[in-house]
Design a protein around this ligand. Sequence first.
Ligand SMILES: [Zn+2]
Length: 377
Amino acid sequence: MQAQIKLGRIAGISVGLHYSWFIIAALITLSLSGHFHSVAPGWSDAVVWSAAIITGLLFFAALLAHEMAHSLVAKAYGLKVRSITLFALGGVSQIESEASDAKSEFWIAIVGPLSSLVIGFALLFVARLSGWLPGTDPATPVMAVLLWLGYINIMLAAFNMVPGYPLDGGRVLRALIWWVTHNADRATRLAAQVGQAVAFMFIMLGLYRFFAGANFGGLWLAFIGWFLLDASRRSHVQVELMEGLRGRPVADMMDRDCPTVEGHLSVQDFVHEYLLRSGRRCFAVVHNGQLSGLITPNEVKHVDRENWARTSVQGAMRPLSQLRTIAPDTPAIQALEIMSREDINQLPVLSDGRLEGIFSRRHILGFLQNHAELYRR
Ligand SMILES: [Zn+2]
């Protein structure tokens, strides 16, 4: 889910809106104005609409607080949080890596519904302090806003705790299974299965309600169910892929016929005779048969064009001493982590100082694409 409208940054996390959010904002404002008309028939149209719009905005702030809670706890556990996007069905926090243990997964997931719950009860408490008696209709517009927001936040907490992965409740369930079984993949698979069952129930219940009472709420429920079903299917496929990838060494995926160039060659000759002719992007530089470094278009860019003829590949390359290298039996997942962490695209694979191959991000991509075909239906 990519934000189409950027709102700004909070605590280093960029916050944005997806267009679909406006649909839900309009629906909420409309249904709120209807709600306020019915609880307070004496209010003028201006009061009803202002109350509806303000409530809509505050609801948005509460959703943001829920996502912010997830993100801040994730950050506290050392995970990188890129952005928060609000869309038709709520919010998503784009957390770059998965939690590395069950405990952090549990807290990252549960803190969202907990914040909604706390916000909800706090608002009802404020309404109570300003004179509202439970079981009665609100006496003032402010009280009506407080009550609606209070209840909706409590409902939000409850809905998010439905154990349908990837809803928060599903993540909490996954963390608990992980905690007990010490097996993250098994936990995801089980939580995704429960998620699919819950999604089916939503769809069935929604359709039943739609046909029984012909109301729009039923369709909405079915739609949420369909969305959940799709999301939990996806996480299921993802875990199968990751399992296929895990434990697989880079030697299974790397390029073995890595092109090499001699170090004494000039950059000029390298560009014309190797880089442009072969269409490859990464070359191992050898000197007396030994690997001495790597050269890619990136290193060539650092040499001014007029110096190409005078500079040797040896002088322009990234020397071995500055390169991160891996062994053939390094797990591919670990190699991917190294590449992401150090922001590099390829890793030379060495065994006893000899170049065995080159491993790059596109090898993982190729592997995943081949595997994804197996799971696509
Ligand atoms: Zn949440």
